[in-house]
Design a protein around this ligand. Sequence first.
Ligand code: ATP
Ligand code: MG
Length: 780
Amino acid sequence: MQDYLKGLNDHQRNAVTTTEGPLMIVAGAGSGKTKVLTTRIAHLLAKGVDAFNILALTFTNKAAAEMKERIEHILGSKEARNLYIGTFHSVFARIMRSEAHRLGYPNSFTIYDTDDAKSVIKTVVQELNLDVQHYKPNAVYNRISGAKNALVGPAEYNNDYHIQQEDMRANRPMMAKIYAAYAQRCFKNGAMDFDDLLIKMYELLKNFPEALHKYQHKFKYIMIDEYQDTNPAQYEIIKLLGAVHENVCVVGDDAQSIYSFRGATIQNILQFRQDYDDVKVIKLEQNYRSTPNILTVANEVIKNNKGQIPKDLWTENKQGDNIRLIRTMSDNEEGKFVADAIQEQKLRNHYKNKDFAILYRTNAQSRSYEESLRRMNIAYTIFGGLSFYQRKEIKDYVAYLRLIVNPKDEEALKRIINYPVRGIGKTSVDKAVLAANENNISMWEVLENAARFGYKAGTLQSIEEFVTMIRSFRSMLDTKNAYEIAFHVGKQTSFVKELFNDKSTEGVQRYENVQELLNSIKEFTETPMSEESGEVGDKGLATYLQQITLLTDADQKDPNADTVKLMTIHAAKGLEYPVVFVGGLEEGLFPSGLSINTREELEEERRLFYVAITRAKGRLYLTYANTRYKFGSLTANEPSRFIDEIPQDYLDRSFAGGGTRNQSSSGWANSNAFERMKGAGSSTGSSFARKAEPKPEKTFVSSLASSNAKPKEVAHTPSSNFVPSDIAELQVGSRVEHQKFGFGEVVKLEGSNHNPVATIKFDVNGEKKIMLNYAKLMIQ
Ligand code: ATP
Ligand code: MG
């Protein structure tokens, strides 16, 4: 038996070696589904199947990269680089690079990210003389995206689909028109948005038999991880692609279906058996990831959902500790508790930072964790922040590159036509847009023929110089790689120089970011890629741009860095960590207040909870806060109903933080933000010592010892300043002392979670609005 088969259990081995015919593996979390898929690909390659004939679809590109690495490791060869492996979007984008022309797009089409797409929506809404406040780009984008993923085009939108969405029809009757105009504009710009990558792929296979035939024969083996989260468009594409060879292997867990809001439906799993004649179904029931305690809790929770496919998950792993359930006074205390617990676990059990994950329902929750981790000097990486490629200076630079590849790309053109300033002002740009619309040509074509459109001499000259410059860049496309062109652009345009000359902190940072961009382009041109013959421009600018546009946030950060990982539960799919914290287990937050109106919604929230629990290998902490800032005001919370669904003997309950709060003002002052800012938090005693002897209702007082220390390798710098952790204690009526304004009383609390604002009536200085992130307040 081959070595790679030896470590598998019988069911897993069976799944790996059943290479022919449709195969479905439905199994619970941590049972080795992803491992089986990886090993199966290695097995196919070992049997002599050509890597070019294998299509494997994963949840992130990083997951795909890891799979490739493991396969290379198993086989001891580089063959895996030739696989068609990645997310649906990235694999289809790759195919579209050689097929888009069939649909009337240039093969060098641009991929619009969500920002680009929303900007186009805004433009078309305005052009239709509609109110942007009413047809908000974000909401419109989501609606269009939903329709696309359900394979509903602009023409069908008004009929069946729209009618189902009563509210939308009544409130936004022009949606179908906007949808049509948006689709038309993208097409004219030679651009596809993320959803287009799926629906255009579908259209390609559906309407071009030649293309269908080609890819049906090419992909002799198709494998899909996380199949429970595929949407109808993805499902239909797979059905078409797999129809000839029928070697389609899907792995999934109906209990982990968490993307129904994006149009995914677990019907896909149920339907699979009907789509093919002889579907073999394999169940994997042994869990290799978690302790029996964690597993029991997960199993018990998910039992509250109706209609799950029955699964019996067991493990041989060691019993492990009970699940810890911690109540805190506030979200800030929750953050402190988690940072303290991480520190404690590192000392006691020799964990590294990278052994911990903090999971939450919404991104906004990360703030209190970030602050506490920073204060404790614990390095962390947060997933879900502003991505590198969304920064302004990077978007500007990339806009040049996009325009070079596709001059029809109106979004890119508008972004840089007058950046750096070159005398082509807003009026001239508007004129070009109008002329383009009237003549049904692209804005670029207007500029190329600017003399015909009545521009003033000065502007005309600026436009002609600009066109000449872009053309000269374009002339390099066939001979130069992505880095050579990008470098040249940086030298020829003055905006990089302007950044260089800006010596402010932000300016220096922006310049460094641009350098980083160039480094990454260089790296791209130096990394070996697929050897597929006939694939043009592997190292070219178009391929590079496609790759960066399709990077998800999770792809951009190093999962192996020794940092605590912070992310939403959605982003944690498929991952595992020795110690997991799940925060904010409060009614209205988890389950989300937006998702408890129907049984379906509530069940999806519960599946999300199941996903969260099952990320943990050894230790699981669940936390909830009595009070939390929501939409600017402090709210009191009930514990999540999910807590009641956990068998209570599996829980160790405790209370953390705030022990000194309800006592005298002196106790309070000790953990007060003002004191800490002044560096007067002289309580150097470690909190761990206090925590060493477990008591039923423990009082954890966060360590102030490290509050003055500068965080070292913090992988992410949050945009907000230091936020005094105790502002959550502030209430209307609290008496406070301000460093400058003296004593006063809080009369109003407002602002956002990130930027809370208090109106304080000062005894001497009158009423003032104080931003709590920056104020130095002491509560009396
Ligand atoms: P999820 O549902 O969360 O995606 P999964 O079913 O894909 O989980 P994997 O991530 O493949 O599970 O495996 C979970 C863990 O168990 C991994 O660390 C994997 O290496 C390990 N594992 C799986 N099968 C075996 C095995 N036969 N022997 C030892 N370890 C295994
Ligand atoms: Mg998996």
